[in-house]
Design a binder for this molecule. Structure first.
Ligand SMILES: [Zn+2]
Length: 348
């Protein structure tokens, strides 16, 4: 605890000197200082593992992907994991859990969702450099079409020159959105993204088609974005280099907003297609969006029945050996600093 008190004292002192705020931020991201704190605090933790979740990794700012993680933050976190944690593949963790074997202390596994191209171009070089295993959950349609169905509205907002869009969201009156500035387009995007993940999937598809027609003059399935998503060659190359490929459905629909039979099709067929393309078993699954309303007991059971050995949500938290393996929790890599990240990991 002495080290932690010393670090806190230094951090307090630096904020009182000129240029101290920048120095304080650097200390908050200092891998060694945060690692020492983590070792002290993690000693009292119950055995278990942390499952990290990442989506887009960005080399520069992108207002349309405010939920992306800066490359520098990923690098700091991977350095931290390499030095102060035991990073295991998901296969290894699940095998140990199935056999009732203990996990090492400060056990972490890394996951990347959706199949964005930057997982290959930006994250993979760092994973190789630090020799860290990871799991990448890919969406079949996104590989084939070059964009996630849930990202089409985002793309339309970025590309359009229209000044407004009308959304007929039954049973409410038509909603008119202002698109006359970038700030207005971003506000509209944020509102629509929330609405679209909570309504039945067929309604979502109708609304997305109407928006695409108004803003891009084409059908959603005609939208092609070069270089956004992985190619099959890149998926195969990653699978050959310490990356476990997991399934993330066919279309990235919210499974609880589909009839159960269709949800089962999304689960089973994504596994089958990946296994046939990669010629290896695909045993891990991630629920699209992953929030509590995106997973039901029936959907969870279909994932287990399909033969997956694990499935993960985006519910925050750490996992213990008693956590349901088909409802694993994850920790989002987007944190204000490494220090706040360590506090989160240790429940401080
Ligand atoms: Zn996803």
């Amino acid at each position: 605890m002495a080290d932690r008190r010393m670090i806190t004292a230094i951090q307090r002192a630096t904020s009182a000197i000129p240029g101290g705020a920048a120095l304080k931020q650097r200390l908050h991201d200092d891998v060694t200082a945060c690692g020492v704190t983590y070792w002290h605090l993690a000693r009292r933790q119950d055995p278990g593992f942390t499952m990290m979740t990442y989506h887009r990794i960005l080399a520069g700012l992108d207002p349309y992907y405010a939920d992306g993680l800066p490359l520098a933050t990923l690098k700091t976190q991977l350095k931290f994991f390499k030095r102060f944690c035991r990073v295991l593949s998901l296969d290894e963790i699940v095998s140990r859990l199935e056999a009732g074997k203990p996990l090492p202390r400060r056990c972490v596994t890394l996951t990347f969702d959706d199949g964005f191209r930057d997982t290959y171009t930006l994250a993979l070089p760092l994973l190789r450099r630090y020799r860290l295993p990871a799991t990448v959950y890919v969406t079949i349609q996104a590989l084939e079409r070059g964009i996630l169905s849930s990202d089409i509205v985002r793309y339309a907002m970025r590309q359009t020159r229209a000044h407004r869009v009308t959304v007929r969201h039954t049973p409410t009156q038509p909603l008119e959105y202002d698109l006359s500035s970038e700030a207005a387009r971003l506000r509209t995007l944020s509102d629509l993204q929330l609405r679209l993940t909570t309504i039945p999937n067929d309604e979502r598809l109708t609304i997305v088609a109407a928006i695409t027609r108004q803003l891009l003059g084409c059908l959603p399935e005609e939208v092609r974005v070069p270089d956004l998503m992985l190619t099959w060659e890149q998926v195969r190359e990653m699978a050959a280099h310490q990356v476990t490929i997991g399934a993330h459905t066919l279309s990235h629909a919210v499974l609880t907003r589909l009839p159960l039979q269709q949800a089962t099709e999304e689960i089973v067929q994504s596994k089958r297609i990946l296994e046939s393309r990669l010629q290896r078993p695909v045993e891990h699954f991630a629920y699209p969006h992953g929030a509590p309303w995106c997973v039901s007991p029936a959907v969870r059971d279909e994932v287990e029945r399909a033969g997956f050995r694990s499935a993960c949500t985006t519910l925050p938290g750490l996992n213990t050996p008693q956590t349901d393996r088909w409802l694993l929790r994850r920790v989002d890599g987007r944190q204000a600093s490494l220090r706040s990240f360590v506090r989160y990991l240790t429940g401080q």
